[in-house]
Write a protein that binds this ligand. Sequence first.
Ligand code: HEM
Length: 541
Amino acid sequence: MPGKWVSVYALYTLILYPAYLSPLASIPNAHWSVPFSRFWILKVRFERRENATLAAVHERLRKGGKGYHGVVRTGPAELSVDGLEGVRVVYSGGGRGGGGWGKGVWYGVFDNYGVPCMFSSKNTAEHSARKRLISHVYSKSFIQSSEVARAQAKEILYHRLLPALINEGGADVQGREPHGVDMYSIFMAAAMDFIAAYVFGIDYGTNLLKDKGYRDHLLEMYKARNDYGIYDQELTWLTGFCRKIGIPFCPGWVDDANRELGEWCKRLCAAKAESSESSGVTGNDNSCVVWNALVSGLEKEAEANGKDSILYPTTLSNMRLSVTSELFDHVLAGQETSGLTLSYLSWRLSQSPQLQAELRTELLGLTPNMQSTNSNAGVARMPDPKQLDSLPLLHAVLMETLRLHSPIPGPQPRESPRQGSQIGPYTVPGGVRVAAMAYTLHRDEDVFPDPEKWDPTRWLSSHAGDEEIKMRNRQFWAFSSGGRMCIGSNFAMQEMKLIVAAIYSNYTTHIVDDEGMAQQSDGYTGRPKKERLYVRLEKVV
Ligand code: HEM
């Protein structure tokens, strides 16, 4: 008899409830099996085809018309949302139930040294307290007027980036045939040098543009870290269990790479901590803007609230590692995203000499412009950041690259608040994993016609109406949105514009070997298949 009741209970909990009675049962399924099991979505994820698959599901349902409200069920307690309404509810706390959409265990892999950083912190209130400490130094007005950021950019662009293009064989040098430079590697290095300088000061940051050997090693280690994170994110219980009983679930070299990267950042922090540099010296490229803001913010918080602070358990009680964990995240988050965007931008521009010529004309209108000529050789000329930011074509090529080749195209999962929420007509109970993707938002044909085409004119008022451009800006999601939106977006935009301006004011680029660039990986981050891009640089005179 008990066997009968067990069967009834199993039938109810495994079949009837999830498929017919759960509040999620009225949401269209991405696959018939999703109410009962995660098997389908895990398979799609591990085969690295989640973005394209979910985009096709949303597209099919949208075209079907009736009954589609931008929400698709992807697992027993998982949803995928597409469209601005879902994004507003999940990422900006709109709709019934308001805020409280937090991050779940999925982001635990971004804890460094076992200590959370802002990016991985789960509790919304704690996250806001962390963000408040440093968000001012990442604001657009602060960055545009920062003499420190300007001095650091000048050093990196003129004394590292432009020389590296020549040294690494990409640029014409009299008497030498250029064989092409790996711009992917160069851009990764430039992005790291920029963010590391802003965090630690120029001397205590990195110099990967010069140190190609360590750059290659670092990129290899980073790759290992990225490729295996998915196991911990999706099979958390299994990987935890395997660790407990001593069974390795990923190759030893992955753990070694993670450990070495962690030690590398600890060394950067230790060197900074031991330095005698005083904070905030105007115009001194050795000022460590983010370090100063974070450390002084935490010290003030400790003084004001001590053990009562919301940051005490995870951060103030373990200051040194917490600071290291936070800054480690900034340098890694700031490197790959900007490096990928610049690589795709350069790849696209290299296919269009005409567009390069138009961009150069625009760049040479800067006062001063960044062209180095025989008469101004060796003079580092820095444009006004506001003027640089207002160049329409430069902005358009960057926005279009971030749209079509978003460095984070994949799902950004959040957990519905305990009290539940409402997305469109659907009631979503607490604890459901819900995610939107830049990949689908950026391919909405109504907003971006012919979405697979890289077309910067979509962003130009000379080619598109004001309302169209406004609509595109609203749908643009490369940096996410709401309280957990990218803190580095303004820094990234300025740094990338400076790098593009420095290169394209002086060179025309031609593709030598772009194998793999067209195959951007399908996952949380989108990297080109071969992780390299060889171009030849021709000096413009
Ligand atoms: C092209 C450049 C960049 C892109 C496209 C980008 C994109 C993003 C996205 C989509 C998120 C949200 C991810 C999620 O919630 O899963 C994010 C968060 C974040 N990004 Fe960026 N990012 C860029 C550059 C940077 C830079 C330069 C920094 C350096 C500080 C940075 C630091 C962060 C941090 C700390 C967060 C977590 C913010 C929070 O939780 O409040 N990013 N970024």
